[in-house]
Design a protein around this ligand. Structure first.
Ligand code: DGY
Length: 324
């Protein structure tokens, strides 16, 4: 640690008392006013830091660690996903990495369901119709969507968020199938009445495919043209994990030509850009990465990140460590 008090760099504004918590543990620097720092500025800012709190917009790998210097002890991501961090590169240098699992589970599951309802009940399309002042009147065939009761939800990745989405789906009268790298424990399967299926079979079976796997080299473009072809023409894809899990060009084509019926997307392959083909389509519900965007959740995420930093700086084990 440099000097008497640790230097803690926070890459962007964080809500709640998190900064106050950090100030009890060291000297805190953060950009004021808040803005996204270009990489070179972030690297300048982090020089001499003992701890860094970053968000998913910033990348922390070997160059980040070199810019910080050998005293950097902990990088706390204010996100559960950590594809913005090269965890092995930091681990090699003895830097602890933490994330924020658990506290954003419900908010993200709620948003996945919101997007699903938005696309199946044509809420965005209906709102666009009204806002464009297009004349309309109620009739029995007007803007018919499709119901969820009795349909099958296919969860890709039955982690905490996948399970929370499954629980919501049960309340909507859906049956649950899931796939993933490994089977869930028997009590989880029983509790959710969820049936494990191999990936291909899930794609062929599900009426809704909801993605909850992390972005890794193995899951990049997991949903590509072949996967979309395997899905039912009536199926809906929901993505609240990371954009690059889906080949967006293939998805735009599949939605345009009716290979699948619709999509609800909170995340994008080249975020913040959205594939122009998707913007033209009415059978897509879009949100600008809002999965964890509630005051309560973001506050809990920031607090957890701050507590992780405090623990590591105090020589204690972090609450939620990411291991390589
Ligand atoms: C996460 O935590 O990974 C979400 O994508 C952002 O909150």
């Amino acid at each position: 640690m440099t000097g008497t008090r640790p230097r803690i760099v926070v890459s962007r504004w964080i809500p709640g008392d998190a900064v106050a918590l950090l100030r009890e543990a060291g000297e805190v620097w953060l950009p004021e006013p808040d803005r996204a720092l270009p990489t070179a500025e972030l690297h300048d800012a982090v020089a001499g830091a003992d701890a860094a709190v970053i968000t998913l917009g910033e990348h922390a790998g070997a160059a980040f660690a070199r810019a910080a210097g050998p005293q950097l002890t902990v990088v706390a991501n204010v996100a559960v996903g950590h594809d913005n961090i090269d965890v092995p590169a930091l681990a090699e240098r003895g830097i602890t990495v933490t994330n924020t699992p658990g506290v954003l589970t419900d908010a993200t599951a709620d948003l996945a369901f919101g997007l699903l309802l938005s696309v199946t009940r044509r809420l965005g399309e209906g709102e666009r119709l009204l806002r464009s002042r297009t004349p309309w009147s109620f009739h029995l065939g007007f803007m018919l969507g499709s119901g969820l009761q009795g349909k099958t939800l296919g969860i890709v990745g039955l982690g905490q968020i996948g399970r929370a989405v499954a629980a919501r789906a049960r309340a909507f009268g859906m049956s649950i199938v899931y796939t993933g790298r490994r089977r869930a424990p028997a009590d989880v399967e029983t509790g959710l009445d969820a049936t494990y299926l191999p990936h291909e079979e899930l794609l062929r079976t599900a009426d809704v495919v909801s993605l909850h796997c992390p972005l890794t080299p193995e899951t990049r473009h997991l949903i590509d043209a072949t996967a979309l072809e395997a899905m039912k023409p009536t199926a809906v894809l929901v993505n609240t994990t990371r954009g690059p899990v889906v080949d967006e060009t293939a998805l735009a084509a599949a939605l345009r030509d009716g290979t699948i019926a619709g999509a609800g997307l909170d995340v994008f392959e080249h975020e913040p850009e959205v594939h122009p083909g998707l913007l033209e389509l009415d059978n897509v519900a879009l949100a600008p990465h809002l999965g964890s965007a509630t005051v309560e959740t973001r506050t809990a995420m920031a607090t957890l990140a701050a507590r992780n930093v405090r623990a590591v700086l105090a020589g204690e084990p972090p609450l939620t460590e990411v291991t390589p």
